[in-house]
Design a protein around this ligand. Structure first.
Ligand SMILES: *Cc1c(COP(=O)(O)O)cnc(C)c1O
Length: 220
């Protein structure tokens, strides 16, 4: 019940045109279905294996976004499930996805993940390298770049994330100005449960929310 109420409340409060991605890591297919019944349209998964399990139960009752780091050797499995991969951060991964999509005879919409905090241990392409990666990937036939995604450093205080959201927005606008053939800067995916309001103020139009929908996560 609570999941449904959470979804309805968040959806009613999001500005028009903003997409909600339900970040579903560690949740059961039943929990995810509850969210879908209350109006959630996009499920975000961090792991291909977990996504496969949920997809077997839920199928095309939702759109599926990959929001975790994707290894190139999982590209084949990923293209059987996902409608969008939000976390492309290298040419190697892009090539693997492109090849897997060619085999499946499909296109894949992707976002480029930006490591806006320039944290060495984190996924995402460094801010200074985003534009050249976008240009390189734009030549791949089966991928369609639709925007940018970022996490930003996590401190617990959403105000700390604001400069990183601003930085990502700036790159987003720069790429839009470049008008690169085949590249569409439509989605800016930023903000999680604690930071999405700040992200919306900084131009996000896709937010990825887990805890605020499904409750606290408990790891075994
Ligand atoms: C888990 C996760 C989220 C959502 O986090 P919450 O704090 O639970 O809202 C968003 N984006 C990514 C990439 C995640 O892994």
């Amino acid at each position: 019940m609570e999941i449904k109420e959470n979804i309805r409340k968040i959806l009613s409060e999001l500005p028009e045109g903003v997409k909600l991605v339900g970040a579903a890591k560690t949740r059961t297919p039943e929990e995810i279905l509850e969210a879908i019944e209350a109006g959630l349209e996009i499920v975000g998964e961090n792991y291909v294996q977990e996504a496969e399990r949920a997809y077997q139960v839920i199928g095309n009752r939702a759109k599926w976004h990959m929001i975790g780091h994707l290894q190139s050797n999982k590209a084949k499995k990923a293209v059987k499930i996902f409608d969008m991969v939000e976390t492309v951060d290298s040419m190697k991964l892009a090539r693997a996805l492109d090849k897997a999509c060619a085999k499946e005879g499909r296109m894949m919409e992707i976002l480029i993940e930006v490591n806006s905090g320039e944290e060495p241990q984190k996924a995402g392409v460094m801010p200074g390298e985003v534009i050249s990666l976008v240009k390189d990937i734009s030549g791949l036939e089966h991928l369609k770049i639709m925007g940018l995604m970022t996490m930003g450093p996590f401190t617990g205080d959403p105000e700390d994330a604001r400069p990183y959201f601003q930085k990502t927005r700036k790159i987003f606008e720069e790429i839009k100005e470049l008008d690169i053939p085949g590249v569409e800067m439509r989605y800016l995916s930023m903000g999680m449960s604690n930071s999405y309001k700040v992200a919306l103020e900084e131009g996000a139009n896709m937010v990825r929310i887990g805890t605020k929908i499904f409750g606290e996560r408990f790891y075994a």
